[in-house]
Design a protein around this ligand. Structure first.
Ligand SMILES: CC1=C(CCC(=O)O)c2cc3nc(cc4[nH]c(cc5[nH]c(cc1n2)c(C)c5CCC(=O)O)c(CCC(=O)O)c4C)C(CCC(=O)O)=C3C
Ligand SMILES: [Fe+2]
Length: 389
């Protein structure tokens, strides 16, 4: 893409409840039209209830916004940062309206999702497309988004540091027990499970097909990133990619294995492999320590480890790590300066990912919606009423 004179940044995120009264309205927002069984909602409401009805995600995004502002300021880049969520206040449509009312016309969106799949890429592009259409801002406010940044060094390096430290801790814990051998240690890279059909559509393009390891861009991106982390940390230690937080109806296939099932398998020395006594859990799919990390990893998976007698350490997410924040500002810079695509940092050979998604990428099987940042797609109203005020 040609560099453009963006005049503001939108930090777009998921949103989460801020108290017990918010839990059910929040879950209704998340699951509207998504076909999630009531029992699953009931189950997930308990995760939030156990934390006083407060998701950690909003506090983390407030911190991230402040850190981005400080980094932009330190580098002399004059771009205000606004924050808007998909599922909770401050909502994306209100935020876009506020940006327009404040005089902004060209917005660059940054999301708190690093990989390619419907939930982490197209759904944000649809959130903007729908919001622009419904507020009547289509054609008056232009919104683009930075590339999916899974393999940007700013996202990956905090995991390298965390995995190095986590591995040292697990080795030490096993030494203290009965002497560790690396064959008894496994690194588990954890990410959100998604329906296999959504995985297969991730990053796909009808006009420019690409083959991906593991059958999808979503899986391939995680495998490539995990390999990059292990190459930097401990090339000889065994590792696996595992999934968490599955939520659909049981008859619909989602990505597997679930982390808890996998822990059971490796604790029993599956297929004659050495029995695993220590694990380093790397939340590779997540940008910050939100509820999927606090509950599904720190509560459930760590309980499973304890039950199985496995020593376990959970590695931090990038959060507001200095390298991550600086990397996000680099991602803004690569769209606002004259850098060419070839200069764009990426630690796997899958990237750098596309600035503008290719047609049909991360298809929404539940019905088409207005969408931005997709080749060949223009919002209705976008070519009419160009307003330069
Ligand atoms: C890939 C992915 C990410 C990672 C990328 C990213 O970070 O964006 C992610 C993040 C998150 N998911 C979150 C919460 C929820 N996700 C749900 C449901 C779902 N997630 C899915 C996928 C993902 N989700 C999918 C395929 C569903 C099924 C319904 C559907 O097809 O849309 C549900 C409904 C109940 C349930 O089913 O669990 C909830 C409450 C929160 C907020 C946590 C907090 O409050 O701290 C965050 C950051
Ligand atoms: Fe989710």
């Amino acid at each position: 893409m040609e560099p453009k004179g963006y005049d503001a940044v939108l930090l777009a995120s998921f949103g989460g409840p801020e108290g017990q009264d918010d839990v059910i309205p929040f879950l209704r927002n998340v699951t509207r039209g998504r076909g999630i069984p009531d029992e699953r909602l009931e189950e997930v409401s308990h995760h939030y209830r156990a934390f006083g009805g407060v998701s950690p995600i909003n506090g983390q995004n407030r911190e991230l916004k402040a850190a981005l502002e400080a980094e932009l300021d330190a580098r002399g880049i004059e771009l205000p940062v606004y924050w808007g969520n998909r599922n909770w206040d401050p909502y994306i449509p209100e935020t876009l309206q506020r940006m327009y009312d404040d005089g902004h016309r060209r917005v660059l969106m940054l999301t708190t999702s690093a990989y390619s799949c419907y939930s982490s890429c197209r759904q944000y592009r649809e959130d903007i497309g729908v919001a622009l259409t419904e507020t009547g801002l289509a054609g008056r406010l232009e919104v683009d988004k930075v590339r999916q940044y899974f393999d940007h060094p700013g996202f990956v390096e905090p995991f390298v540091e965390g995995t190095t430290a986590g591995l040292a801790q697990v080795r030490e814990a096993l030494d203290a027990a009965d002497g560790s051998r690396d064959g008894e240690i496994r690194v588990l890279f954890a990410t959100h499970s998604i329906p296999t059909r959504d995985a297969e559509a991730a990053g796909r393009s009808g006009s420019e097909p690409r083959e991906f390891e593991g059958g999808s861009a979503y899986v391939a991106q995680h495998l490539a990133n995990a390999r990059a982390v292990m190459a930097a940390v401990a090339p000889d230690v065994a590792w696996d990619l595992v999934y968490q937080s599955r939520s659909g109806a049981p008859h619909i296939p989602w990505l597997e294995p679930d982390i808890n099932d996998h822990l059971e398998a490796i604790a029993g020395g599956e297929d004659g492999a050495p029995i695993v006594k220590g694990v380093v859990i790397v939340p590779l799919g997540f940008v910050s320590d939100h509820m999927e990390v606090a509950w599904d990893l720190d509560t459930e998976a760590l309980e499973t480890c304890e039950k199985l007698g496995i020593q376990a350490v959970r590695v931090p997410t990038p959060g507001v790590h200095g390298k991550f924040v600086a990397g996000l500002v680099d991602l803004i810079r690569e769209r606002t300066s004259d850098d060419t695509v070839a200069d764009r940092p990426h630690v796997t050979d899958l990237g750098p990912w596309y600035d503008v998604c290719r047609p049909g990428c991360c298809e929404n099987f539940r019905g088409a919606k207005p969408v931005i940042a997709e080749a060949g797609v223009e919002l209705a109203g976008a070519s009419a009423g160009q307003d330069e005020s």
